[in-house]
Write a protein that binds this ligand. Structure first.
Ligand code: S3P
Length: 167
């Protein structure tokens, strides 16, 4: 197994947390989910933090958590907006981590997101805005990914095996 961290990036709803947890368990390495770490350190969910303290505050904490997480090996699942902050892109690029873009096609992602609107970005966006965000971020994820794995319509074990093959 690759000794360097594996960082899963990708749009909201693509399954980064469940694939990351599966992969880490399977390969017996640590697992870190940046959203879960933020919730733990702040005592509030991303939605609560967005509402009470604003997105820039959330992004600052997210960046600190990413920096810490990259110091350990294992699997790291990130929030979909990790690419919105230049410092994060810099941290990811200079790290030894393998960056995996977990791709999900737009119709599938939209279907999943609209079933569960708890995410702050989804709550405050129109369908058109989410489409545009997906298009824009899709380019950004591809630009920094070492490998791209299409997760559309695949089970976690299949996706995890494809990630492992690529690292
Ligand atoms: C966000 C994605 C969320 C969470 C926050 C902001 C985004 O994570 O970090 O709500 O900007 O795309 P998931 O990608 O795990 O939903």
């Amino acid at each position: 197994m690759n000794q360097n961290p594996i960082v899963l990036i990708g749009f909201m709803g693509v399954g980064k947390t469940s694939v990351g947890a599966f992969l880490a368990k399977k390969t017996k390495v640590n697992f870190c989910d940046t959203d879960k770490m933020i919730t733990k350190t702040e005592g509030a969910t991303p939605g609560e933090i967005f509402n009470k303290k604003g997105e820039p505050y959330f992004r600052r904490i997210e960046s600190q958590i990413l920096e810490q997480a990259l110091k350990n090996n294992g699997v790291i699942s990130t929030g979909g907006g990790i690419v919105e902050v230049k410092r994060n892109i810099h941290l990811l690029k200079k790290s030894k981590a393998t960056i995996v873009y977990l791709y999900g096609d737009l119709p599938h992602i939209m279907h999943r997101l609209l079933r569960n609107t708890k995410r702050p970005i989804v709550e405050r966006s129109t369908t058109r805005q989410l489409h545009d965000l997906w298009e824009r971020r899709n380019q950004m994820y591809r630009a920094i990914a070492d490998i791209v794995v299409d997760s559309t319509d695949k089970r976690n074990n299949v996706i995890a095996a494809e990630v492992n093959l690529g690292v």
